[in-house]
Ligand binder design. Structure first.
Ligand code: NAD
Length: 500
């Protein structure tokens, strides 16, 4: 992958700003056309994209197709079909005192957006902020990950072909190029990636007071109800852990299981494991690889240092970037496996006495991006939801909340802030511009009283007409409204008669 020359970066940003200021991206029909082209880009280059993802992540085609390409096109289509409604200006709620100004909210693009992308879902995570920012009428600089070189390179070739070379520009690079980008002024930065780099991005953005949206990760717990269907839980949890070899921000990170059913859950996971990989995971076409040797080494370190029992897997082949699906029972809460985001195919199972201990365990740590619960008991699910905080809450299913139509996606606290997806993403990249247009006659009718020289009588009338009030009595509120309406009608009639 050839990186973008550093000296080109300020010029690229300048050209994106100039295109934005030309007004080209503002018509909704233009935005819809670009969204349609994004859809065609993915549809018409499906095999090339699947091959690039395979080369970057060793990922099975089924996973790339169903969990990356399909959701990308679905989201683009949803955005394309709805952007005309989202972009419409909205009238403010009626209030008598301000109604003459006809207040409305204009939906305006923020300008030029910088989108920084991680390696693990390089297509979906590039198009998510891209489609939302274009739908909102912005120009975009996309910085895909150097750790997914085949997909990033392909995007750099396809984007100008389908979207033209002026409203979206791709910068290829790593730390140095991103650092250069972060020295510049942007109208919004959408960052998806690790908490470590999010701190760097936030600090750089603060220098220019740039608004930032952070889509981050963390440790996502799974809480098990001892009465739940453990076979179902085992199958879904093990699948959710092993998709993309565990390199998903919404992967289950660890399981909190009541001690009384811990052995049963482990037995079920063992059974599921042999069903998923009858020939062994290393030989299977249904299990991916780790993106880089460094990450493989990092995960190998977590396995090596564990004080828990390795029940399944544990083997690593650095050269092949292979980490076996690994189940660890009874790790210590202090070891690295339980301290940092795993982002690999290793699942610790931590025994707890009951749901209260599980909730306390979760609440003693950072708010996760998603909290999973397995239970068929609605009061159990409601209790976990009510007593915890997380970006999303999913009962009896893994990962698929991301695919649920129309839901917001994002973290809370250290797992992220803001959203870049769908309508919520459109709103992120949109400035809500409050607008009024006051007619001249309102001065004659009423507002001439605001001008000096001031007097007490004008003060009282203006405060009475424009001010709201708390009142316990419904009747007195109605009287106040009736009075105001009568006075306004009187003034209007008087001013009309004067103007004849
Ligand atoms: P990363 O933070 O290492 O890299 C993300 C981007 O930041 C890349 O484009 C990279 O070039 C750039 N970058 C890296 N180091 C930098 C530096 N020092 N200065 C400036 N820029 C730098 O993340 P990653 O390893 O690619 O992705 C994994 C992380 O992303 C995980 O923590 C995961 O949970 C998170 N993630 C979150 C979401 C979400 O939507 N919430 C989605 C996917 C991944």
């Amino acid at each position: 992958m050839q990186f973008t020359p550093l000296e080109d970066i300020p010029k690229i940003r300048e050209s994106l700003r100039n295109v934005f200021h030309s007004g080209k991206t503002k018509p909704v029909a233009f935005r819809q056309e670009k969204l349609k082209q994004m859809g065609y880009l993915v549809q018409e280059n499906k095999q090339a994209l699947l091959d690039a993802l395979k080369s970057d992540l060793g990922r099975p085609y089924l996973e790339s197709d169903v969990l990356e390409l399909v959701p990308t096109v679905n989201d683009i289509k949803y955005t394309h079909d709805n952007v005309h409604k989202w972009a419409r200006s909205e009238s403010a709620p009626f209030q008598f005192a301000s109604s003459s100004m006809r207040p409305k909210v204009m939906k305006e693009p923020k300008g030029t957006v910088l989108a920084i992308i991680p390696y693990n879902y390089p297509l979906f995570l590039s198009f998510t902020p891209l489609m939302a920012a274009i739908a909102a009428g912005n120009t975009v600089l996309l910085k895909p990950s150097e750790l997914a070189p085949a997909t990033s390179q392909l995007l750099a070739e396809l984007i100008p072909k389908y979207l033209g070379d002026d409203i979206v520009r791709v910068v290829l690079g790593a730390v140095e190029e991103t650092t250069k980008l972060l020295e510049l002024q942007w109208d919004h930065i959408a960052y998806t990636g690790s908490q470590r780099v999010a701190r760097i991005v936030s600090a750089a953005a603060a220098k220019h007071l740039i608004p930032v949206t952070l889509e981050l990760g963390g440790k996502n717990p799974v809480i098990i109800d001892p009465k739940s269907d453990l076979r179902l839980a085992a199958r879904r949890i093990w699948w959710g852990k092993l998709v993309n070899a565990g390199q998903i921000c919404v992967s289950p990170d660890y399981v909190l299981v009541p001690r009384e059913v811990q052995d049963q859950l482990i037995t079920e996971i063992n059974l599921v494991h042999s069903e998923f990989f009858p020939e062994g995971p290393a030989e299977s076409d249904s299990f991916g690889r780790i993106a880089t040797t460094n990450h493989t080494q990092r995960i190998a370190g977590l396995i090596k240092e564990t004080k828990g029992d390795i029940i399944i897997g544990g083997d690593v082949n650095l050269g092949k970037r292979y980490v076996a699906p690994t189940l660890v029972s009874n790790p210590s809460a202090e070891e690295p496996l339980m301290q940092e985001e795993i982002f690999g195919p290793v699942l610790p199972v931590v025994p707890v006495e009951n749901v209260d201990e599980a909730i306390a365990f979760v609440n003693a740590r950072q708010h996760p991006l998603v909290l999973y619960v397995f239970s068929q008991d609605s009061s159990f699910k409601a209790k976990v939801a009510a007593q915890t905080q997380s970006g999303a809450f999913a009962a009896n299913e893994l990962l698929l909340h991301v695919a649920a139509y129309g839901l917001p996606f994002g973290g809370t606290g250290p797992s992220g802030s803001g959203q870049v997806r769908g309508k919520y993403g459109f709103d992120t990249f949109t400035h809500l511009r409050g607008c009024i247009d006051q007619p001249g006659w309102i001065d004659t009718a009423l507002l001439w009283r605001r001008y000096p020289p001031y007097n007490t009588w004008n003060q009282r009338v203006l405060a009475w007409i424009t001010g709201d009030m708390f009142s316990d009595s419904k009747a007195s509120r109605w009287w106040a409204w009736a009075w105001m309406a009568a006075i306004a009608a009187g003034f209007t009639m008087w001013s009309l008669s004067m103007s004849r």
